[in-house]
Design a protein around this ligand. Structure first.
Ligand SMILES: Cc1cc2nc3c(=O)[nH]c(=O)nc-3n(C[C@H](O)[C@H](O)[C@H](O)COP(=O)(O)OP(=O)(O)OC[C@H]3O[C@@H](n4cnc5c(N)ncnc54)[C@H](O)[C@@H]3O)c2cc1C
Ligand SMILES: NC(=O)c1ccc[n+]([C@@H]2O[C@H](COP(=O)([O-])OP(=O)(O)OC[C@H]3O[C@@H](n4cnc5c(N)ncnc54)[C@H](O)[C@@H]3O)[C@@H](O)[C@H]2O)c1
Length: 474
């Protein structure tokens, strides 16, 4: 029997949240044990952000070739080798994997156990038989694709984000259940790569986002030939020789859609099962491990970060939370998580970015005072790139404070960075107006939206009178 390991910190899960926690703690000389049962890098590297963005990048090249004519360049219809596209996706994962590898983490001084962690006591886990007693724990065990209780679904061959990237033959007709970020990103990428694609969404497509901004993406996908069905309730799924068939109910009645492949993308379930949380006195529910604003669980020695902690499920949120829990763990400093400044971006083309509350959310909270917009078509760079669809929206509170902002359009994710800074630092609309933005850049649209706020001021008769009067003095 191996001797008991007694580190200062034990991290469960080697994905975005766990790796950030372990690397940063080890950098301060803390003894860390990291337990990972699957592939190092977790969902983001292996089945999430990285493969999806690599596939999207390939699909963008197809679109660029098709659009080249508008720039006076003729390239013909692109030839797509679907298996080679998947090799490219694997290649991107392989290029990033060393950063998340066991070797790198051991080099940082972390003890990595490739094992299944189970709590067997309040401050003890068993990692496939190896006992680890730690002063503090961070649970970063992530989430898994949710497979809803639709009659016939479990018995029918279907894909999730954990398997779709391994598919080497182009699907003839990909039917996707779920029109959230996974569904919409995958829909556009597969359509551009030559598949027929149908998205079945129970509610509204990209329903967590501002509807005015989401519409920019939805209309683009529709224009590219993705069949989009909103308010479509999937009532049955059946397997067949030629592929699955999906029966839906809409306002127009019942309809059965024949697919060659089926992708399920209806959200995530936290990986709480099998962690032995009861043995450690850690409370959880269907959303995940329950944490306070200090990310501490009902067991004061244990913190939870990332997808398993029940909050927004993004890599940058897992990283942010990892940074927060290190303060009490390493320095015994109090922390309080903020969520009002957390951004998210859906990497369709055009992209859709949001930080802080949407217009609807700010209105419901009673904090909305104004909304200002600026369209891409008024931006010179967007004109040069011939990418004039989309807009930026600033959600303003009392005194012009920037509560939130959203962007739909080319490079919206990059522009969202600027809005993130403004919201995070509680800036006012004057801060954006006064920004000197290099010309011609797309990010200028943020500044231009801010100037819209001051337009009524320039039109005020009293201000105009004053300017006119001062002009007389030479
Ligand atoms: C298709 C897709 C695309 C996405 N795109 C983006 C994006 O563009 N941007 C973005 O910000 N987010 C994106 N996300 C979300 C992002 O991947 C997750 O929010 C992020 O990976 C969460 O990190 P985590 O550390 O909480 O969990 P994970 O990265 O999933 O890591 C959890 C790890 O814990 C391990 N584990 C679980 N239980 C145990 C146990 N008992 N013992 C040992 N190990 C265990 C798992 O094997 C896993 O490796 C995407 C997700 C998907 C599915
Ligand atoms: N670019 C990014 O940052 C990115 C990309 C992909 C995924 N993610 C993360 O992964 C998480 C999971 O993504 P997701 O798209 O699976 O989940 P989601 O919860 O964001 O969206 C799922 C969609 O499926 C719909 N739905 C649920 N049940 C349904 C049913 N039975 N039939 C039809 N539609 C149904 C919902 O109404 C919702 O619109 C996201 O919340 C996000 O945090 C992020």
């Amino acid at each position: 029997m191996a001797p008991i390991l007694k580190p200062d910190l034990c991290v469960i899960g080697g994905g975005s949240g766990g790796l950030t926690t372990a690397a940063a703690a080890a950098a301060f000389g803390v003894k860390v044990v990291l337990v990972e049962r699957g592939a190092m890098g977790g969902d983001c590297l292996n089945y999430g952000c990285v493969p999806s963005k690599a596939l999207i990048a390939a699909a963008k090249h197809v679109a660029a070739i098709r659009e080249a004519k508008r720039f006076g360049i003729s390239a013909g219809e692109p030839e797509i080798d679907f298996a080679a596209v998947k090799d490219h996706v694997r290649g991107v994962i392989a290029a990033i994997a060393p950063n998340d590898s066991v070797e790198r983490f051991e080099g940082l001084g972390v003890t990595v156990l490739k094992a299944d962690a189970v709590f067997v006591g309040e401050s003890t886990i068993s990692a496939s038989g190896q006992i680890v007693e730690a002063r503090r724990f961070v649970v970063a065990a992530g989430s898994s694709p949710l497979v809803p209780d639709i009659p016939g679904l479990r018995e029918t061959t279907h894909f999730t984000n954990e398997t779709i990237f391994d598919l080497r033959q182009r699907p003839e007709h990909l039917v996707i259940i779920g029109g959230g970020p996974i569904g919409m990103e995958m829909a556009q990428a597969h359509r551009r790569l030559g598949s027929r694609v149908t998205v079945l969404e129970a509610g509204a497509l990209l329903g967590r986002d501002d509807p005015e901004l989401a519409a920019v993406v939805v209309e683009t996908l529709r224009g590219e030939g993705v069949a989009l069905r909103e308010r479509a309730k999937v009532v049955a799924v059946r397997g067949g020789d030629r592929g699955p068939s999906v029966t839906i109910e809409t306002d127009e009645g019942r309809e059965t859609i024949e697919a060659s492949h089926l992708l399920v993308a209806v959200g995530r379930a936290p990986n709480v099962a099998g962690l032995g949380l009861e043995a450690a006195g850690i409370d959880y529910d269907a959303r995940g491990i329950k944490v306070g604003r200090d990310l501490r669980t009902s067991n004061r020695r244990v913190y939870a970060v990332g997808d398993i902690a029940g909050g927004p499920q993004f890599t940058h949120v897992a990283n942010y939370q990892a940074g927060l829990v290190l303060r009490p763990i390493l320095f015994r400093l109090p922390v309080r998580e903020r969520r009002d400044h957390l951004p998210h971006v859906t990497f369709t083309d055009p992209e859709l970015g949001q930080v802080g509350p949407t217009e609807r959310e700010a209105k419901a909270a009673g904090s909305l005072r104004d909304v200002v917009r600026w369209p891409y078509r008024e931006n010179d760079r967007a004109q040069a790139e011939r990418r004039t669809g989309g807009l930026v929206k600033l959600v303003l509170g009392e005194g012009g404070r920037i509560l939130g902002g959203g962007v739909a359009g080319m490079a919206a994710g990059e522009i969202t960075n600027m809005l993130s800074l403004a919201v995070g630092k509680k800036m006012g609309v004057a801060d954006l107006r006064d920004l000197v933005s290099p010309y011609p850049t797309l990010a200028e649209i943020g500044k231009r939206a801010a100037t819209v706020y001051y337009r009524p001021y320039t039109e005020k008769p009293s201000v105009r009178r004053l300017v006119g009067m001062l002009a007389r003095f030479g």
